[in-house]
Design a protein around this ligand. Structure first.
Ligand code: NAD
Ligand code: WQD
Length: 339
């Protein structure tokens, strides 16, 4: 199978590439490296022990997309490329709408031109209305609370409409919950620029000593210990969900949506304890007020993915923590660490 992967050098893209290549797929990574490093792709090749096609390009550049896709002639596309910082999306809404939505439209147009009608799209649990009861099923009403989340909601609708209008098309929209972890080798992982926004990368910088302490954003939520609870999913499991989705769309028609999570919520304090136990490092923390825009709990009902895709998450929180720490120790400065 020939798979065109946008955003292949990113956190989730790189882990998915390794699994795809190990399964023998012919893969092309199309990325402009606005939030990643080409070094990730060198490591992907080494881990997969095989080669991949690499094109540096922007999804908002239809000419470059058409050249890359026209030459490669993919059977399917996995569309990871997008900007993903919730806070930044409030400051730069037009940048987010243009990059994520206009870029996705350009991608679908080029797919139409070259005759490729199968796509797996990276959506997010942030599309759900956080006030609805959890666990969220795919039918839980949507109401994104951020500009970033709205870009995902709009792209989902665009893909659904495109699919309805495109005979023979097939799309899988994957709503990821909280992706964390790293490849077991410690050679690829999440490499946020500057101070991390997300919990596990922050915890691991505190354990490393480059950040002083973790601020725990609120302890008055309606959860087991009062701190926010999330459905963390290991990036290796998430990568596997893309392989299952590709297999599914190869034989399906229309557009289907799937929650990709574990079905289990972990609080911030439980995550700190799990990280300390798994790594034997200490994580100093201080409870502060809640972070603006945060919700108490998000957790998936992932049973549709299990029933329809035959996919289920396997890694537990301990494995997530251990792999993050292994990546951090081996790459104290992420992909900027000399090997
Ligand atoms: P990432 O930033 O590590 O990867 C995204 C990749 O897309 C990067 O390599 C970036 O350089 C590339 N990119 C961005 N805009 C581009 C453009 N215009 N043209 C070409 N390449 C472009 O992020 P990730 O965590 O790997 O996320 C992948 C996808 O999954 C994103 O769409 C994100 O919104 C979505 N998602 C991520 C999470 C998460 O917490 N990591 C959760 C839900 C959904
Ligand atoms: C998890 C928990 C925080 C940092 C975000 C995006 C979402 C999705 C995944 C893309 C919460 C608490 C965090 C810290 C803390 N990405 N926390 N101290 O907010 O669930 O989701 O990433 O689609 O769109 O919004 O993840 O890792 O930031 O926070 O106490 O320094 O950890 O309050 O309860 P979140 P997170």
């Amino acid at each position: 199978m020939r798979v065109f992967v946008t955003g292949g050098a990113g956190f989730i893209g790189s882990h998915t590439l390794v699994q795809l290549m190990r399964k023998g797929a012919d893969v092309l990574s199309y990325d402009n490296y606005c939030n990643s490093s080409p070094e990730a792709l060198s490591r992907v090749k080494r881990l997969a022990q095989s080669d991949l096609a690499i094109v540096e390009g922007d999804i908002c550049d239809p000419g470059a997309l058409e050249r890359a896709m026209g030459d490669f002639k993919p059977d399917a596309v996995i569309h990871f490329a997008g900007l993903k910082a919730v806070g930044e999306s409030a400051e730069k809404p037009l940048t987010y709408y243009k990059n994520n939505i206009a870029g996705s439209i350009a991608l679908l147009e080029v797919m139409n031109k070259i005759g490729c009608s199968k796509i797996v799209f990276s959506s997010s649990a942030t599309v759900y209305d956080p006030d609805k009861p959890f666990p969220f099923t795919e039918d839980t009403p949507l109401k994104a609370a951020s500009t970033y989340g709205r870009t995902k909601h709009f792209i989902e609708d665009i893909i659904r409409d495109w699919s309805a209008a495109t005979p023979g098309s097939s799309a899988a929209v994957l709503r990821y919950f909280n992706p964390v972890g790293a490849h077991a080798s410690g050679d690829i992982g999440e490499d946020p620029v500057g101070i991390p926004n997300n919990l596990l990368p922050y915890i691991s910088r505190v354990a490393q000593g480059s950040l002083k302490e973790l601020q725990v954003f609120g302890d008055c939520y309606d959860t087991a210990d009062g701190t926010g609870a999330r459905d963390y999913i290991h990036v290796e499991d998430l990568a596997g969900a893309h392989l299952a989705a590709l297999e599914y769309i190869a034989g399906a028609k229309g557009c289907e949506t799937f929650n990709i999570g574990t079905g289990t919520a972990t609080t911030v304090l439980a995550m700190i304890r799990a990280f300390e136990a798994a790594t034997e490092q200490s994580v100093p923390y201080r409870i502060t007020g809640p972070r603006a825009g945060d919700v108490s709990t998000t957790v998936a009902n992932p049973s549709k993915a299990e029933q329809v895709l035959g996919w289920k998450a396997e890694h537990d929180i301990e494995a997530m923590c251990r792999s993050v720490w292994n990546w951090q120790v081996r790459n104290p400065n992420g992909y900027r660490t000399p090997e």
